[in-house]
Write a protein that binds this ligand. Structure first.
Ligand code: S3P
Length: 438
């Protein structure tokens, strides 16, 4: 995503209304990937029609999977090829800006014997760490090369017979865990992943629903064991809304005076709801209505109302993977809490689509925010009075949307450069903002 669109956002309005949150990005990727290696058809409803999941669809088509043209708000059917059915693509697989696409495909393709694959991405993705995936896959027998000793894309993979292993991941990353589990489907015997803390578990839930022999051992799902041998069977998948997209409105309603928003269709998987704990600590006023379960994932509607005098918060330790994508918007929230908030143990933010600690600190300071950047986090002194500013998403979708919410609290009109980075995960973001502004 390297466009240059400048968007103006005026401060001073409250937000009111109801938004149906777009489909979950992580589950959308997985629905395509797992549907592709299943036998038979997988029907997908609620898919996130945005750049990242569409990159996954594009790569899978190049691997011979029959995925029709995906249209916004339409359900569609993927015809799976089974566990060993990908063809050798004639073209390079372009993962765009999507780390999930590249890392999950690496795991998937490492075991596709005697076929060659090359994966690349945009400028941001090709600078992100891939060694965390190529290293464990090599331990399983994967033949993987790439720039800087296989730690950066472009990556080349020659599919090979893999062997099951016990792998401890040094970072709690769902992308790394998922790559290993997908490789485990075609590896001999049993593959076991031990994570330092629980990361999102959508892959485990979906693989189980498709018939994989996958089990969680130990406390809090930290040790995941997959046994090869079971074929997967196509399923009907209804994708819930993405709490990481809902987060912008959850925080906006909490910090913009006189706001009240209802968010429908929010995925409430407990490995993703860290932000609700932080909102409790802040003293936010929200209620979860109509809780239910769809396709093995808990969902609900959330009503959020503005409260004055929000309390500062501290984010550290095992909660990080449960709110990893919400740190940019939580940084904005901290600017409007009454006191000093701290985000610690967040080094992972430095290897996201941008270095989100640096970029959020740099951009929010332009509004007048008081932020101190540490090696592994941020210290934010709240109760800011924001002035309007010229800010820049620096090509990062979550930065773009976080800056839009920050701009609502600035006096005057703020210009956001490269604003449509938001299309990576939330194509309707600006329309939804317009709907909510009073
Ligand atoms: C994702 C996992 C997280 C998250 C990303 C999506 C996934 O990344 O930040 O937006 O779908 O598995 P890590 O696994 O690198 O933490």
């Amino acid at each position: 995503m390297n466009t240059n669109h400048v968007r103006a956002v005026k401060g001073g309005s409250s937000l009111q209304g109801t938004i149906k949150v777009p489909g979950d990005k992580s589950i959308s990727h997985r629905s395509l990937i797992i549907g592709s290696i299943a036998e038979g058809e997988t029907n997908i409803e609620g898919f996130l029609y945005s750049e990242d999941p569409l990159s996954t669809a594009d790569c899978l088509r190049k691997l011979g999977v029959c995925i029709p043209e995906i249209k916004k708000d339409n359900s569609f059917t993927v015809k799976g090829l089974g566990l060993d059915g990908f063809k050798e693509p004639k073209e390079i697989l372009n993962c765009g800006n999507s780390g999930t696409t590249m890392r999950l495909l690496m795991g998937l393709l490492a075991g596709q014997k005697s076929r060659n694959f090359i994966l690349t991405g945009d400028r941001s993705l090709n600078e992100r760490p891939m060694g965390r995936v190529s290293k464990p896959l090599r331990q399983m027998g994967g033949v993987i090369y790439g720039r800087e000793s296989g730690t950066k894309a472009p990556i080349s993979i020659t599919g090979n017979k893999l062997k099951g292993c016990v792998i401890g991941t040094p970072v709690a990353s769902a992308q790394v865990k998922s790559a290993i589990l997908l490789a485990g489907l075609t590896a001999s015997g049993t593959t076991s992943v031990i994570e330092p803390a629980s990361s999102r578990d959508h892959t485990e839930r979906m693989l189980k629903a498709f018939g994989a022999d996958i089990n969680i051992r130990g406390e809090l799902g930290r040790n995941i064991v997959i046994k090869s041998g079971n074929n997967l069977t196509g399923q009907d998948i209804l994708i819930p809304g993405d709490i990481s997209s809902a987060a912008f409105w959850m925080i906006a309603a909490s910090i913009v005076p006189e706001s009240e928003i209802i968010l429908e269709n929010v995925g409430l998987n407990p490995t993703r709801t860290g932000i609700l704990k932080v909102m409790d600590e802040m003293g936010c006023n929200y209620k979860i209505l109509e809780k239910s379960t769809i396709a093995g994932e808990p969902i609900g509607s959330i009503n959020i109302k503005y409260v004055s005098n929000l309390k500062p918060f501290k984010v550290e330790g095992d909660i990080l993977p449960k709110l990893i994508d919400e740190i940019p918007i939580l940084t904005v929230a901290a600017c409007f809490c009454n006191g000093v908030s701290e985000i610690k143990d967040a080094k992972e933010l430095r290897v996201k689509e941008t270095d989100r600690l640096k970029v959020m600190a740099r951009q929010l300071k332009k509004f007048g925010a008081n932020i101190l950047e540490n090696e592994d986090g941020l210290i934010i002194t709240g109760d800011s009075k924001f002035k309007s500013a010229d800010v820049d998403s620096e090509t990062d979708h979550r930065v773009s949307m976080s800056l839009a919410i920050a701009a609502l609290l600035a006096k005057g009109s703020t210009n956001i450069k490269r604003s449509e980075a938001s299309k990576v995960s939330y194509p309707n973001f600006w329309d939804d903002l317009k709907t909510l502004i009073n």
